[in-house]
Design a protein around this ligand. Sequence first.
Ligand SMILES: [Fe+2]
Length: 210
Amino acid sequence: MAVAVNARKFSTHFNFSNTPSFFIMSEALGIKDKYTQIHGQRVAFYAKRLAKHLSLKGDHIRQITMGGMFHDIGKIAVSDQTLHNQSKVLSEEMLWEVRHHPSIGAFWLRRMNCVDDICNAVLYHHERLDGSGYPFGLKGSAIPLSAQIVSVADCFDAITTDRPYRPRKSQKRAFEALEEMADKTLAADLVTAFIREIEKNGMAHFAEQP
Ligand SMILES: [Fe+2]
């Protein structure tokens, strides 16, 4: 079953009506880069579904959803040249910018008094189980669950959508890619739960140009 959500109604869908500052942040990200804004919305949607699938509690699910929504908010501070780079190979300077977007995003959210689970999901979403991630190279259970959930959702959406340097892959190929990452860079139990959830309820289909 395909899950369709109109991107224009996204803020209502996630009940942002009483949090205008978050809505404005999302819009600002969209002005900077439309793909990254809609990617955040899909990651939020997937992360929420994975959190529910894991039977987490309501507040925790909401915080993980917000973490997914704003995981890449720090990309507002990344230069257009780096953000729209079409090559897989980045210069030292570009790499520095990319590796700092989680810290910048988490810093902004802390200044907005966001709770730890939202900030942690943003700060640690590029950390990897084997310590190969950034910005800190954390390993295993040192990576907060909220960030691990957002990481799985982030990887899946990145694989199943077109990027300037490569075309999207099918759901089946994306599952294979996630299974290859399981127990190396992503938590195996989260990958298994995520695949079950997508097999049962389908992929998200948000318009990239609302
Ligand atoms: Fe990111």
